[in-house]
Design a protein around this ligand. Sequence first.
Ligand code: ATP
Ligand code: MG
Length: 340
Amino acid sequence: MGSIKKRILSGMRPTGRLHLGNYVGALENWVKLQESAASATAAEVFENFHLIADYHVLTTDLDTSAIYANTIEMVIDWLGAGIRPEVSPIFRQSQIKEHAELFLIFSMLITKERLERNPTLKDQVRDLSMGETIGYGHLGYPVLQAADILIYKGEVVPVGEDQLPHVEITREIARKFNTTYGPVFPEPEGRLTQFARLTGLDGQAQMSKSRGNGILLSDPPPEITAKMRKAVTDPQKIRRGDPGRPDICTVFTYHRKFNPTEETEIRAGCESGQLGCVDCKMRCASRIAEFLAPMREKRLYYEAHVDEVKDILNEGEKRARHEAQKTMADVHNAMKLGEV
Ligand code: ATP
Ligand code: MG
């Protein structure tokens, strides 16, 4: 039985080291889909393209001084998690001019009102206390993202839940282009995991790099323990003996993902009051540390071989540029731009 081959396009902003939310919401899925080709029975196999969304950093922070260092750190996190650049190119948005070109064309195909209704924008403005005014580029965040996805004719976009509204806008832009100028683009679908919006240690908002409320993939075990100690749990469970409500507890969510074999026992202990929050947290911290150990190990190698990381970017950018140029030729043909 032949399997269907699909192109994946997914990226992240180089705004700092990655956290567990990035991993369980997106990165873990990238690796799983990347390895689909190894399964003889897979109905779909995937070709992954992974983008470093460095222009997207500017939507919320004009300071560019940390972008390069953050890019290297992020690529190391990707490699540590199992992205294999020889099959899955890794590249920076800013190094492939065609992204900006397609962004410009796409910005003609969507209204300002549609972009203002984007719930992810509203959440971001609230979470980062950005006030009332929004930059023109920030409003256009999903338009640039549509260009990032569609310039590679991406069909599957494995992302966290906050990104789904952007995938929807991408589909709308693809449809609008295709009906106006001819069928050039696929309508990509978002793919979520079971943990598509992992809550941060503050229990308040989704774990995010810019809020600094996460456990990092690179955190050493003592750091994980220290962060876990401060994690917010059920506010009604004040001391050991008080019954807790695991379903509203962030730490319990982490147990579900990283400690599934003890989930039932932890739930029962919490609900009965026999398990105190400190013990519960320490058990969770050690499972997470075990889970992350192989990634930290792999990280160490790349930290000592940054030149390899730079080569990976160069190679990925060559491959990505080639694909992007082919699509722009299709776009110009469909739009009859440049005809003599
Ligand atoms: P920033 O705060 O700079 O926006 P971020 O932590 O939100 O950083 P992004 O680079 O915006 O990370 O997102 C990278 C990917 O990780 C996206 O697919 C996003 O949906 C996913 N993601 C981010 N945070 C979470 C989370 N808490 N739970 C699940 N997925 C997440
Ligand atoms: Mg984000």
